[in-house]
Design a protein around this ligand. Structure first.
Ligand SMILES: *Cc1c(COP(=O)(O)O)cnc(C)c1O
Length: 376
């Protein structure tokens, strides 16, 4: 297997793999599972610095984005979709599926959302049921000011749906302070569990909006309301993927025990950028580089797939291409979760440099050495 130094899924620790292979009980019938699930959700609340209830849904991260929009959208609702990245713009689809009217707030993909500019926009038009935005928009790697944006929307009385699938655990999230109403996470990014689970955190305000709906949520699998009283009723809407959740629990314990995790991510990310720039490569972003993923512009004449195939086939390292309008223009190193260790990134930079040079690009300096130096 190659090393997956990608923007997700990320590499998974042995103790998580072991937990997933343990014997398991019947999660519909064994009351102990309800406690296990609830305790795991409480740890998730702790990780997001919130008193709000968390839920784990059986489905990859996209399920949470859809479920959030399904929960808050009623026919004809105006929804502000913050578009400063590919996942950001992508909320359009979920809002529309559930009957919402999308209004975009557009901003330059090369930098984070400018909160002062967003305020000006809202001063002219703030008649929105809710707004959607992405914490770390992975295709560019940009990190948005989640707390300031959440607080701004709250000030204008607008509910918020925030995708932190690729943010949380490598970047700090203070859900209560940021006044976010629905926060969405996934198992396969900085948490470093395999893909397959969605995490959602919902505020009281979000729950109240759900109860006030005139027409019930138009979904079943993507309906969070069906989870509301699971513990009291001792019933989930469908059988929970227990092995996945046993793995997630251990991944979460790993993360919570790692007191230095954000600083580890910050340092790795910074050293990665220094090394790439010294090597003569250009970062896609002008500012707002996340701790979790770095997007690198492909040098002239180097083709995306040629580079990535070479890295994978000759050096056993996978990195990511990108999506949408960035596809074929940038490649990305995912340095979050279990990927975020010095050896992994050093090896990735060596493979990148060797592959680039084989494809005709001459680096200005040794990137792995520059990285090691910057890590000191
Ligand atoms: C990974 C990710 C998701 C989940 O989407 P997949 O494409 O299915 O992996 C959602 N939002 C963001 C920002 C992500 O990085």
């Amino acid at each position: 297997m190659p090393k997956i130094m990608t923007a997700g899924p990320t590499m998974v620790k042995d103790n998580v793999m072991k937990a997933r292979s343990q014997a398991f009980t019947n999660p519909d019938l064994d009351m102990e599972f309800f406690d296990f699930y609830k305790d795991t959700c409480q740890l998730l609340s702790k990780a997001a610095n919130t008193e709000n209830q968390a839920l784990i849904l059986g489905g990859e991260g996209i399920l949470g984005l859809e479920a959030a929009c399904a929960a808050l959208t009623e026919e004809g609702d105006r929804v502000l979709v913050v578009d400063n990245g590919i996942f950001g713009r992508g909320f359009e689809y979920f809002v529309k599926i559930y009957g919402g009217e999308v209004v975009f707030y557009e901003s330059d993909y090369h930098k984070p959302v400018d909160v002062a500019d967003l305020r000006k926009f809202l001063e002219k038009d703030s008649d929105f049921k809710y707004a959607t935005f992405v914490h770390c928009d992975t295709p560019s790697g940009v990190i948005n000011p989640i707390t300031e944006m959440g607080q701004l929307f709250a000030e204008f009385g607008i509910l918020t749906v925030v995708d932190t699938v690729a943010g949380i655990f490598g970047e700090e999230v203070y859900m209560d302070e940021a006044k976010i109403d629905i926060l969405c996470g996934g198992s396969q990014k900085a948490l470093s569990a395999p893909p397959g689970l969605t995490m959602m955190w919902l505020s009281e305000k979000a729950w109240n909006k759900i109860y006030e709906r005139k027409i019930p949520i138009k979904a079943f699998y993507a309906n969070v309301e069906l989870f509301k009283d699971y513990y009291e009723k001792k019933a989930f809407p469908y059988t929970m993927p227990i092995s996945d959740i046993m793995g997630l629990r251990v991944a979460l314990e790993n993360v919570l025990a790692d007191k230095n995790i954000i600083e580890r991510h910050r340092k790795i990310a910074e050293a990665t950028r220094i090394a790439l720039i010294q090597g003569g490569l250009k970062l896609y972003l002008e500012s707002g580089w996340s701790n979790n993923v770095t997007a690198i512009e492909l040098p002239l004449g180097v083709l995306d797939l040629e580079l990535r195939n070479k890295m994978k086939d000759e050096f056993g390292i996978m990195i990511s291409g990108s999506l949408g309008c960035l596809e074929g223009k940038v490649v990305r190193i995912g340095h979050m979760g279990e990927n975020a260790y010095e050896d992994n990134v050093k090896e990735t930079l060596e493979a990148l440099q060797n592959s680039l040079e084989a494809l005709g690009f001459s680096a200005k300096s040794n990137m792995a050495e520059a990285f090691t130096k910057a890590m000191k």
